[in-house]
Design a protein around this ligand. Structure first.
Ligand code: NBP
Length: 473
């Protein structure tokens, strides 16, 4: 049979995506730069409808036209190399999909270049890790709408389906880099969620003196309520695991406290900074990873820098756990409000016409940040598609009203006890800044005008002013 679609890149993601597509009844062409990997996929899965090729030419020629090709190769130079090889072999109207974790500006550049040859290009964010790729990821494709329509039936079949209504976790995101941008913000939000969970764990551990087992129980309980999400689930699971090398200790205690990152969270913060959007919860989460990685420096500093003198004790453990739960939910909400604000500004800046409610909808299953809470975001944008900030929706306003005191208390206690809570602190600071009609930026403006003649506006009349700071009065 002639393959309907082809996948390039037979590392874990490409292989699993090819198997996922095949499982929906398609014949899939496969190719990898190193041929032995392609061969291994075929020998490991002899019963599958996979058509291997060992040259790019054979691969391209094996495909049904217009060709549909998914690239799952290492982002960056790898993607450029594959495109350069493919380009002379493709025809006008073919659809090339980049499913890698590509920086959105690269996708915009490639989209423009390929457009000159009439090749349709889709930059597609894929979330869910290797298991997601195999069983159903959340997909964020951006590119020409006509090109999306040519692959939509396949993408809808391979995507995860939401529990709530069975809808596939894929939708047309927007032109050129929109899909990869949304995936980038998804990853930033993922950083925020993870940091807030880690801080909650740390407060229970260090301030409440709870055991890892006990904390596992708390996360298990939380996973059944409004915090219900994949990341809370896996946290509960992680905390029940014991050392695989036999010490008998909790596994989490055997893992070095130095977090890595692959750059997508950083891109998210960089883009927010460039667009002038506050994205403090995600950015603090990124910094928390950086500071964690300075392990040797921290160990040295811990020996010389004084601890706080104060002491914080809690009488009611149960009430404090509930305080943490509320603080976590409130702070998560701030992080999403910032992430969606960033996407709104990006959408206007790059002219993408993002549909925010649909974005939350396709994150309900398959992806790492999947959560019950996302339905509330979809509902908010369904009610008000032009909503400026999620905080202004009634549901979120109510959460803010009922939970803000918890996060204030928690941050206060933690700061007093010297337990770092950068995510929680960023969340409540953002809330207080956003709801402030007046901020001290008047003084900032005066300073800028003082030393750099940067001018200012006045509160009582229109125009641009400069004060004679160097003239005695
Ligand atoms: P890797 O990111 O490890 O990339 C390995 C693949 O890229 C191999 O097939 C390799 O071919 C190919 N490749 C490289 Br490297 N340079 C190439 C070149 N110059 N020309 C042709 N092929 C080249 O694989 P992965 O972990 O499966 O991820 C694939 C993509 O999916 C990445 O962009 C990744 O960021 C993204 N992603 C990964 C996850 C995840 O959970 N791992 C989740 C979501 C998205 P070779 O075999 O010949 O070396």
């Amino acid at each position: 049979e002639t393959p309907t679609i082809g996948v390039i890149g037979m590392a874990v993601m490409g292989k699993n995506l090819a198997l996922n597509i095949e499982s929906r009844g398609y014949t899939v062409a496969i190719y990898n730069r190193t041929g032995s990997k392609t061969e291994k996929v075929v020998t490991d899965h002899p019963e599958k409808h996979l058509v291997p090729s060992y040259t790019v030419e054979d691969f391209v020629n094996s495909l049904e036209k217009p060709r549909r090709i998914v690239m799952m190769v290492k982002a960056g130079a790898g993607t450029d190399a594959v495109i350069a090889e493919l380009l002379p072999l493709l025809d006008k109207g073919d659809v090339l999909i980049d499913g890698g974790n590509t920086f959105f500006e690269d996708t915009m550049r490639r989209s423009k270049e390929l457009d000159k040859s009439g090749i349709n290009f889709i930059g597609m964010g894929v979330s869910g890790g290797e298991l997601g790729a195999l069983q159903g990821p959340s997909l964020m494709p951006g590119g020409q709408k006509e090109a999306y329509d040519l692959v939509a039936p396949i993408l809808e079949q391979i995507a995860a389906k939401a529990d709530e209504d069975g809808k596939p976790c894929v939708t047309y995101i927007g032109p050129n880099g929109a899909g990869h941008y949304v995936k980038m913000v998804h990853n930033g939000i993922e950083y925020g969620d993870m940091e807030l969970i880690a801080e909650s764990y740390n407060v229970m551990r260090t301030m409440l003196g709870m055991s890892v087992d006990e904390i596992a129980g708390v996360f298990k309980e939380w996973s059944e309520g409004e915090l219900s999400s994949y990341l809370i689930d896996i946290t509960a699971d992680i905390l029940t695991r014991k050392d695989d090398l036999g010490s008998g200790k909790p596994m989490v205690d055997m893992i070095l406290d130095a977090a890595g990152n692959k750059g997508t969270g950083k891109w998210s913060s960089q883009s927010a900074a460039e667009l002038g959007v506050p994205q403090s919860v995600i950015t603090e989460s990124l910094y928390a990873r950086y500071i964690s990685a300075m392990k040797d420096e921290r160990v040295a500093a811990s020996k010389v820098l004084p601890k706080p003198v104060g002491n914080v004790t809690f009488e009611d453990k149960k009430a404090t756990i509930e305080l943490i739960r509320k603080a976590l939910y409130f702070s998560k909400l701030m992080s999403y409000a910032q992430g969606f604000e960033q996407m709104r500004v990006a959408s206007e800046h790059y002219d993408w016409n993002l549909q925010y409610g649909e974005l939350a909808q396709i994150w309900r299953a398959g992806c790492i940040i999947r959560a019950k809470f996302l339905q509330n975001i979809t509902d908010a944008y369904t009610k008000a598609p032009d909503l400026k900030n999620l905080l202004l929706d009634d549901y979120f306003k109510d959460i803010a009203k009922n939970y803000q005191e918890s996060v204030r208390d928690l941050v206060g206690f933690a700061v007093k006890a010297g337990v770092p809570v950068p995510g929680f602190a960023a969340a409540i600071s953002y809330y207080d800044q956003y709801r402030s009609a007046v901020l001290p930026a008047n003084l900032t403006q005066a300073q800028r005008d003082y030393f750099g003649a940067h001018t200012y506006q006045r509160v009582d009349r229109d125009g641009i002013f400069h004060y004679s700071w160097y003239t005695e009065q």
